[in-house]
Design a protein around this ligand. Structure first.
Ligand SMILES: NC(=O)c1ccc[n+]([C@@H]2O[C@H](COP(=O)([O-])OP(=O)(O)OC[C@H]3O[C@@H](n4cnc5c(N)ncnc54)[C@H](OP(=O)(O)O)[C@@H]3O)[C@@H](O)[C@H]2O)c1
Length: 278
């Protein structure tokens, strides 16, 4: 079965299509990110990779892209601007450095990693994002970890509405308020730590029970919940078998009752920082 043909795209608010499932490469060193990206693209059929300047592995991702037989135009690469580099000139410079490390001539999606309102630089940063977008160096621009009140401030001044908001999102932290806010403004939600970094969520009896019914792995059930909920999703794994499992989620479907059972696990439990406190 050709996984790529089965992996849907979601259309962003500027008409760009983004693969719904991508590989996250957080907590991988350069070599691990190169190896995981290579396996994901060339063997498992991924077409989207999510990295960030602060992960320190853009060069590894870039090497895997350069070595891949898959055409650049068929890949969707995301990186993120780190907090220390917010500001207009700082952003332009940080973008150039990321592109050098990734060894790319254009980027598919660039995200402001955290809102950091105390810096008061998000608007200047966004102006630089808009310039890079207008110059054709980035196909879509977005944000990460923005709550509705952070987006309110940005949207009041922005010329371009963010295409994506990448937030912590999994069945135990289902982010209803931010999801509704973004849906109303055609900002696509992308789930980070979609598996809640494994452990507790994958061991939960509800997830295990549904996995048994479908003869699937618990992680596949959770990722299927994300996909059926309409989210972009970027599970991280450096383990080949799991990288493969995590995209092979398009040959089964959760029933409405199973979706509700998983929805009911929400307890607004973060595993990462609260964007207002970072
Ligand atoms: N914007 C942000 O602020 C932000 C913050 C955090 C993360 N992210 C992005 O989101 C991506 C995913 O989040 P995450 O890395 O925090 O967590 P995650 O994807 O929820 O979980 C990753 C963990 O789950 C394990 N795992 C993966 N697939 C599995 C499977 N099929 N069965 C069992 N265990 C499995 C991985 O182990 P192995 O690797 O050992 O296989 C790893 O320990 C990151 O890589 C990054 O790209 C963004």
């Amino acid at each position: 079965m050709n996984v790529t043909e089965l992996t849907p795209f979601l259309e962003l608010n500027n008409g760009v299509n983004m693969p719904q499932v991508g590989l996250g490469v957080f907590k991988m060193d350069d070599e691990q990110a190169e190896e995981a990206t290579r396996y994901a693209i060339d063997v498992a059929g991924y077409r989207a990779i999510d990295t960030a300047a602060v992960y320190g592995n853009e060069a590894g991702v870039g090497r895997a892209i350069a070595a891949s037989k898959v055409d650049r135009e068929d890949l969707f690469i995301t990186t993120k601007l780190w907090n220390d580099n917010q500001g207009y000139d700082e952003t332009l410079q940080a973008f150039e450095e990321s592109m050098k490390k990734l060894d790319l001539s254009y980027l598919d999606l660039y995200l402001i990693h955290w809102p950091k309102p105390q810096l008061d630089k998000a608007l200047d940063t966004w102006r630089a994002f808009e310039r890079l977008y207008d110059e054709g160096l980035i196909r879509a621009i977005g944000v990460s970890n923005f709550k509705p009140h952070h987006l309110d401030a940005l949207l009041a001044q922005a010329n371009i509405i963010p295409a994506v908001n990448q937030i912590e999102l999994h069945p135990m932290m289902s982010q209803i308020e931010t999801r509704e806010y973004c849906e109303q403004r055609e900002i696509k939600i992308e789930a980070w730590s979609p598996l809640m970094q494994a452990g507790e969520l994958l061991d939960h009896p509800v997830i295990q029970g549904i996995a048994n019914v479908h003869s699937k792995e618990p992680a596949q059930v959770v990722l299927r919940w994300h996909v059926q909920s309409g989210f972009l999703v970027i599970p991280k794994s450096k383990t080949p078998e799991r990288i493969k499992d995590n995209i092979e989620i398009f040959t089964f479907e959760l029933s409405p009752e199973e979706m509700l059972q998983i929805d009911s696990l929400n307890s607004n439990r973060r595993i990462g920082p609260d964007p207002d406190k970072l």
